[in-house]
Design a binder for this molecule. Sequence first.
Ligand code: NDP
Ligand code: 8X3
Length: 249
Amino acid sequence: MTDTVLVTGATAGFGRAISERLVKDGYRVIGTGRRAERLDALQASLGDAFLPLPLDMLDKEALRGLPTELPEGWREVDVLINNAGLALGMDPAQTTNIDDWERMIGTNVSGMVEITRALLPGMVERNHGHVVSLGSTAGTYPYKGGNVYGASKAFVSQFMRNLRTDLLGTRVRATNLEPGLCGGSEFSNVRLGDEAKAADVYRGTKPILPEDIAETVAWVLGLPEHVNINRIEMMPVCQAAGGLSVVRD
Ligand code: NDP
Ligand code: 8X3
C-alpha cells in the first residue's frame, strides 16, 4: 500500500522540493500552505498523487479538525513532515518586535505540536507512521539575533526526542532534521524582508539546497521499518560551528 505523506509548507523551499521528490518516489502527498495558488500549480505539475490543502499553521481549529476534515481516501496519513516555519528579523532580544516572536512561536512551536497531536493517534492505531520535523542548527548553536527563532527550533529538537520516547513500543518513527545554511528557499527573504539583504546571506557560499533536504528526507523515510534516525545535523561544507565570543574593554 502506498504511503500518504502530509507536508506542511509545500508552497516554497524545502516543502515544495520534498513534495516533488516524494511524488516522484511513488508516495501520495498532501501539501499545505497559505498560498493556495501555489499548491494548485504544484498539483498541475505533479498530478493526482498530490492533494493541495490550503492551511494556516496559526489556525488551531483547522489543525485539530484535520483527521475528520481531510477528503475521503486521504484521511490515513502515514507520514507527517513538519516543515512549515519561519524566522522573522535579526534584532537583539531587547529591541525586537514582540509580534514577530509570537508568530514564530505560533507557527514553529504551537502549529507544529497541534498538527502532530492531531495526526499521531491514527499512526499509532495503525501501528505504522513517521514524523519528520525540520529543526535547525539554530536550535543548538546560538548566534546574535537568533533569540526566539533558535529557541523555537530547540523546542522542536527536544519535542522530537520526547516523541521517540512516547512512541517506544509502536512502529511509529520520529526524526529531527537540523540543517544549517540553506539557499534556494524564501527563508531569508521572509526573515529580512529585503531581496538584496537576503541574497547577501549566501554571497560567496555554496549552501545546502532544497533538493539536498528532499534527498535526505527520502533516505530517512526509505530505510527499513526497524531503523529510526533520531536526528541529523547537516551543514554545507563551507560552514562550521564558530565558538564563543568575547567583548573586551
Ligand atoms: P520557505 O520560506 O521557503 O518556506 C516556508 C514554508 O512554510 C512556506 O511553504 C510557507 O507557506 C510555510 N509557512 C510559513 N508560515 C506558515 C503559516 N502560518 N501557515 C502555513 N504555512 C506556513 O523556508 P524554507 O523552505 O527554507 O524552510 C522550511 C523549514 O526549514 C522551516 O521550518 C525553517 O525554519 C527550516 N529551516 C530552514 C533553513 C534555511 O536556511 N532555509 C535551515 C534550517 C531549517 P505559505 O507562506 O504559503 O503559508
Ligand atoms: C536556518 C539556519 O543559521 O539561518 O534555520 O538559523 S540559520
